[in-house]
Design a protein. Structure first.
Length: 309
C-alpha cells in the first residue's frame, strides 16, 4: 500500500480533515492515551529553517505518541554537501516511520513524497504551512464551533505560505476566506484557482480584496502573519511602507463580529502586523493556537500511519 502524505492542505479531503481535527481534540483531552509509535518507532524531523513552535511541538508530540524524534538540522546532514533529496529519502524511509520536513521549495517536498515509502509531512515550505492551518482550524473549532460557514479575514502579505494555506485549508473546511493585501503581494494564482474549486464543493468562498475595512467587517476570525517571511529578510523590498494600513489593530477588531477571535502563527512583531493590545488582549487565541500545533500534528501522524498500514 502506498503511504499517504501531507504536503499540501488539500491532501486531506474535507471529511479527512474533520477526522484529524476530531482525533486532535481527543488527544488533547488525554495526551498520553494514544501510542501508535510505541516501540519506539522513529520519526525523522528535518529543519532547513529556524524554528521554535514546529521543533518543540513535533519533538514532544512524537515522544507522547510513544516514538523517538530524530531531529536533524540540514547543516549537520549530507544534504548540506549536495546529497540529493531522493538519496536522503531512500535512507530515511527504511529506518523511520515518517519524515517531517521544514524547508524552502514545495518541489523538494514533492520529490521526497514521490519516492518515500513512509508518510512525508510538510512542516512549512515557502508556498504552504498546512500543519499550522490545522492548528488554526482546531482553535476556531474550540472557540467558535464548526469552522464551516465562518468568515476568516487575513490581512498582510497575501503571497506568503499562511495566506495560501488559509485559502486551501480554510475553504476545505467550508469557511469564507477573505485575503487582503496590497496589489504587489497577491496570492499565487494557482492556489486561488484551486481554492475556488474546493469552495464550490464545500460551500466556502474566496474573496481577494485590497480594502482592509471590507475584509474585516463582520468577520469571525482575524488573522495575520509577519510581514517578512523566513528567507526573505534580505530581498530589498520595503514591506513596512507596503503594508501600512494592513495591520490588525483595535479598529480592525472593532469592525469584526463581537465574538471574533484573533490568530497569528507567530513569531509576532508587536506594533507592525499586529497591535500589542490586540495580540495580548482577551480576543486573542494565539497561545491556544500555538499549543494546538502539538495536538493536530500528533493526530496527523497517527492518521497517516493508520491510512498507510
Amino acid at each position: 500500500m502506498r503511504p499517504r502524505h501531507f504536503i499540501a492542505d488539500d491532501d486531506l479531503t474535507p471529511q479527512e480533515q474533520e477526522e484529524v481535527l476530531s482525533t486532535a481534540l481527543r488527544m488533547k483531552g488525554d495526551r498520553f492515551a494514544f501510542r501508535p509509535l510505541d516501540g519506539p518507532r522513529t520519526v525523522a524531523v528535518l529543519f532547513d529553517k529556524h524554528s521554535t513552535r514546529t521543533r518543540v511541538s513535533f519533538a514532544i508530540g512524537i515522544a507522547e505518541l510513544g516514538g523517538h524524534p530524530l531531529v536533524l538540522d540540514r547543516d549537520t546532514t549530507q544534504m548540506a554537501r549536495g546529497e540529493s533529496v531522493e538519496d536522503t529519502a531512500r535512507v530515511l524511509d527504511r529506518q523511520c516511520a515518517a519524515i517531517v520536513w521544514r524547508t524552502f521549495g514545495q518541489d523538494l517536498l514533492e520529490r521526497m513524497a514521490g519516492l518515500s515509502a513512509v508518510p512525508v509531512i510538510n512542516a512549512l515550505s515557502d508556498l504552504l504551512h498546512p500543519c499550522q492551518m490545522l492548528a488554526d482550524l482546531l482553535t476556531v473549532r474550540e472557540r467558535l464551533g464548526s469552522p464551516a460557514g465562518r468568515t476568516l479575514a487575513y490581512l498582510g502579505d497575501s503571497n506568503n505560505n499562511m495566506a495560501h494555506s488559509y485559502l486551501l485549508g480554510g475553504v476545505n473546511a467550508g469557511m469564507h476566506v477573505r485575503i487582503c493585501g496590497p496589489a504587489a503581494y497577491q496570492p499565487d494564482p494557482g492556489i486561488v484557482e484551486r481554492s475556488r474549486e474546493l469552495a464550490a464543493r464545500t460551500g466556502g468562498s474566496v474573496t481577494l480584496t485590497g480594502d482592509p475595512v471590507a475584509a474585516v467587517t463582520g468577520a469571525d476570525v482575524l488573522a495575520t502573519d509577519t510581514w517578512v517571511s523566513l528567507g526573505m529578510e534580505n530581498d530589498g523590498r520595503d514591506r513596512e511602507t507596503a503594508f501600512k494600513g494592513y495591520q490588525i489593530d483595535r479598529d480592525a477588531l472593532a469592525a469584526a463580529a463581537p465574538h471574533a477571535i484573533v490568530l497569528h502563527c507567530l513569531p509576532a512583531y508587536r506594533g507592525k502586523e499586529i497591535e500589542a493590545e490586540v495580540l495580548d488582549g482577551p480576543q486573542s487565541a494565539v497561545w491556544d493556537e500555538a499549543e494546538n500545533r502539538l495536538h493536530v500534528q500528533k493526530a496527523l501522524i497517527a492518521w497517516l500511519l493508520a491510512k498507510g498500514e
